[in-house]
Design a protein around this ligand. Sequence first.
Ligand code: CA
Length: 242
Amino acid sequence: MRTMPAVLVVEDEPAIAELIAVNLRHNGFRPTWAMDSISAQREIDAALPDLILLDWMLPGESGLSLAKRWRAGERTKGVPLIMLTARGDEADRVAGLDAGADDYIAKPFSTKELLARVRAVLRRHSPEQSGEAIVIAGLSLDSATHRVSFADQPLKLGPTEFKLLHYLMGHAERVHSRGQLLDKVWGDHVYIEERTVDVHVKRLREALGAAGVMVETVRGAGYRLTAKPAVPVAVLDKANVA
Ligand code: CA
């Protein structure tokens, strides 16, 4: 049950934007098109995409300036960004990467190359969107079949706990604030109290049983999923379960 990654295409040339959008759509992405910095900002304000393809040369504010602004913004700084440009020399490439772009594609490009780079950047940023099973210290989550198991014992999780675990396992060992988890798991612009996160983390720990200790509270910072919890995982003795 993978969701289709949303890609914001910021490009003032309709023919190129259309070419990119068609190819993204045919390959399981949800493209949105903005033709200048103002409409791009409007799209970003409405909903954060999973990735931004940003043309350098735009009417009005340039793509480079937009990239810098989004990188500096608390809400937008984590969104992966690929710069797209006809300016292929090294100084420009460096300026694009300095502005915080994750990758850089010089025009003209092949759609095959574009898709490969989009996938690579997404894989780096959101391993949970790659559609493969994630296994960490015996805890396994398969997003294709929606199955979770620990030490080969199947576990039952509610839908929100599943999404929460999916995100935490996809970004393991990193600390996520309640606000970040709300954004990533509940969805951007969903106004829910941060305490809701605590409630679902508690339910998730209960559902995980012995593996519950892998979901750690980091005081004053948030939560993290770790392969090496401070409290060691007590693997269930199968004889006791039976
Ligand atoms: Ca352009």
